[in-house]
Design a protein around this ligand. Structure first.
Ligand SMILES: C[S@@+](CC[C@H](N)C(=O)[O-])C[C@H]1O[C@@H](n2cnc3c(N)ncnc32)[C@H](O)[C@@H]1O
Length: 305
């Protein structure tokens, strides 16, 4: 079961009917959220990852990649956790610096493609500081529900603070591993994972878990770094990733290693076609790929039938 961290319903003293309505809405969402968790028949978090994909091609049995390093499968989640705990407080600033703000356009594209309608239920997996969650919460409105979920408590704490800074209240938070989501089958109209999948040890298990939690007709959107379509762009991007990123990490986040991991993990992530096939293998249909910035980033969208 996920650790449930209710977002603070409201900040400051507020009286009157607006506050009351907000609280009532929050309680309703909370009750719905708890119901989803209670009826979850997800496998127990204690279960080991499925053997089919514990290691990705290229890594020896029982081992997987942490960037370019080969580490025991059981070790990867801890190493990834340490990276994000170390950079959590500087995460948003670093995103803006590293991408010159372009990550906001990539996220905007994914948000538009998700097409969240008022009243829908949305799960943002590996949601971190909640950029996607905040947009979906506004779109789903008071009749809908958006859950911000992440494996890392420190990132979730930052996420909760950032949501409240943006005036988004009443979003339930769930500390959960994407590989074993603690929600009932067919709970959500839309599930997203933004720049999260490449950090997950067993990506096939995560895709199956997300597909399971979608309602029939529901959609999964994966926003992730991918493979540049053009060789010259790829070369330039490599120079930038391996020279500039670790330097920025060192100066701004005092963590060169975390940003070297970022560059390496992007190179180890499945390319556009491979990820599309993995989605299909997880039971998703009508899978499509949208390349952004020459394939540096791609959005994959698929539906549960
Ligand atoms: C690069 S951040 C992305 C945050 C946010 N979605 C965004 O786009 O800004 C990656 C997030 O994935 C989370 N993560 C890593 N492994 C995970 C897993 N197995 N399950 C769920 N979240 C995971 C990390 O804790 C981190 O918050």
């Amino acid at each position: 079961m996920a650790r449930f961290v209710p977002a603070q319903a409201h900040i400051g003293a507020e009286a009157g009917t607006d506050a009351f309505r907000r609280r009532r809405r929050h309680s309703r969402r909370l009750a719905l959220y708890l119901k989803l968790c209670r009826s979850a028949n997800a496998p127990s978090p204690a279960m080991p990852p499925s053997s089919s994909s514990r290691s990705r091609p290229g890594s020896k049995s029982g081992y997987t990649h942490f960037g370019y390093e080969e580490v025991p499968v059981a070790e990867k989640a801890r190493r990834v956790g340490a990276v994000f705990s170390a950079v959590a407080t500087r995460y948003d600033l670093m995103n803006d610096l590293m991408s010159l703000g372009i990550h906001r356009l990539w996220k905007r594209f994914a948000i538009d493609l998700a097409g969240v309608a008022p009243g829908e239920r949305v799960l943002d997996v590996a949601g971190g500081t909640g950029d996607l969650t905040a947009a979906f919460a506004r779109q789903a409105g008071p009749r809908g529900m958006v859950v911000l979920s992440d494996i890392n408590g420190e990132m979730l704490r930052q996420g909760r603070a950032r949501l409240l800074d943006r005036g988004v209240a009443g979003v339930p938070l769930a500390q959960a591993n994407a590989e074993r989501l603690p929600f009932a089958d067919a709970s959500f109209d839309c599930i997203t994972i933004g720049f999260g999948l490449r950090n997950v040890t067993d990506k096939d298990a995560a895709l199956r878990s997300m597909a399971r939690c979608l309602k029939p007709g529901g959609r999964l959107l994966i926003l992730e770094f991918s493979k540049p379509l053009n060789g010259a762009l790829g070369k330039l991007y490599d120079e930038y990733s391996f020279k500039v990123l670790p330097l920025l990490g060192k100066v701004v986040a005092q963590d060169e290693g975390a940003y070297r991991y970022l560059a390496e993990s992007i190179r180890m992530h499945p390319d556009q076609e491979t990820l599309k096939k993995m989605m299909e293998a997880a039971g998703l249909s009508r899978c499509q790929v949208y390349n952004l910035t020459g394939g540096i980033v791609a959005v994959h969208r698929g539906y549960r039938v």
